[in-house]
Design a protein around this ligand. Structure first.
Ligand code: ASP
Length: 350
């Protein structure tokens, strides 16, 4: 079944790869993930091989792309996104910045595994210095699956990247006919195609009748008005995440401190709260110069000042960012400053 499909799309691609000067130029950076995944049977939806197919094969599977844009693919890396690293994110951001400087490039689409897609999206949202559209796309079903969601997601992503409506909106995520903003979107379900949501804060738009329709945009700073410059960096400060739970203590905090963490994100209970048995270790970490930011494991809501003793110990508030996104922002904040007031300002603004 799968082989037959590939043969068909191979023939189509010969006709469709001609350059049309009136179409926008969209660069596709492929990083792997399920969208490039394969399984031996079309009914196999788990345990498949992620990041298997090359970008050329993904593009050939959607010949209609050639009617909407001049797409050119680049295999940036091939990985399952749970293995994403700071270094890969840094070089991806640099590559985007380089490509977007080219006046002939209208926008970028990045194919990505869904597990850490939200983290890469937020990182790029803070480090890509352009108003041009950057759209991240993945899929929940491998390319070989019955009703694979990758081809349409990819088609939609290119449509969005080619649209003037997407200019200046920050990095966008195109999945399941929805357009979400990089800051607020998160993976909410282990396996359904409707997994990407911005709970409570909401999506930015839809793909409606084949066109991107935007309903709103974020108030938070991003891309062209972001203050972070990563062009000269080849690594990021270590920032770890500690989880709050019944019976939690400071063992994980102490271990991360010992491992050289420059920052710690608390995935706190409720409004970024922590067990009394964990607080002394967090206070000690803060005292030693490690920046500690309280976020919440609740999935929604703003973390605010709550207990004065936590604020007095220098623990900051992570706004509405989930712990994994608060980690990204703290890493970038730490490339600029160690001043707690400044870092709190950054958490309020981004
Ligand atoms: N583990 C895969 C990844 O993140 C899952 C996916 O792409 O949906 O690469």
């Amino acid at each position: 079944m799968f082989k037959r499909h590939l043969i068909t799309i191979g023939i189509v691609s010969i006709f469709s790869s001609c350059y049309a000067s009136d179409l926008p130029n969209i660069k596709i950076l492929a990083t792997g993930g399920t969208i490039a995944g394969t399984a031996p049977s079309e009914t196999q939806m788990t345990g498949y091989k992620a990041a298997d197919l090359a970008i050329e094969t993904l593009l050939k599977a959607v010949p209609a792309l050639n009617d909407i844009a001049n797409v050119s693919g680049e295999q940036f890396i091939k990985l399952s996104s749970q293995n994403m690293t700071d270094e890969i994110m840094l070089s991806l951001a640099k590559r985007c910045n380089e490509l977007l400087l080219d006046p002939s490039v209208k926008g970028i689409v990045i194919t990505h595994g869904t597990d850490t897609l939200e983290e890469t999206a937020y990182f790029l949202n803070l480090t890509v210095k352009s108003k041009k559209p950057v759209v991240i796309v993945g899929s929940m079903r491998p390319a070989t699956a019955l009703s694979a969601d990758g081809p349409l997601n990819l088609f939609n992503a290119v449509k969005i990247a080619a649209s003037d409506k997407a200019i200046g909106k920050g990095v966008l995520v195109a999945m399941n006919d929805e357009i979400n903003g990089a800051r607020d979107v998160t993976k909410t379900n282990t396996s359904t195609v409707s997994t990407f949501k911005a709970p409570e804060l909401g999506l930015l738009g839809y793909m409606a009748a084949g066109k991107p329709e935007f309903l709103k945009s974020t108030e938070k700073k991003h891309t062209y008005n972001s203050e972070f410059d990563i062009q000269k960096l080849d690594k990021l400060p270590r920032v770890d995440i500690v989880y709050s739970y019944v019976n939690a203590d400071g063992v994980a905090v102490d271990a991360f401190s010992k491992a050289g963490a420059k920052g710690i994100i608390l995935a706190g209970t409720g409004n970024g709260s922590m067990h009394d048995n964990a607080f002394p270790s967090l206070a000690k970490a803060s005292e030693s110069g490690i920046v500690v930011v309280r976020s919440a494991r609740t999935g929604n809501g703003m973390v605010t000042i709550s207990h004065q003793e936590w604020a007095d110990a220098g623990l900051l508030e992570g706004n509405t960012l989930n712990p994994q996104k608060a980690r990204i922002l703290l890493q970038l904040a730490l490339t600029k400053t160690k001043d707690l007031k400044e870092i709190q300002r950054i958490f309020n603004e981004y």
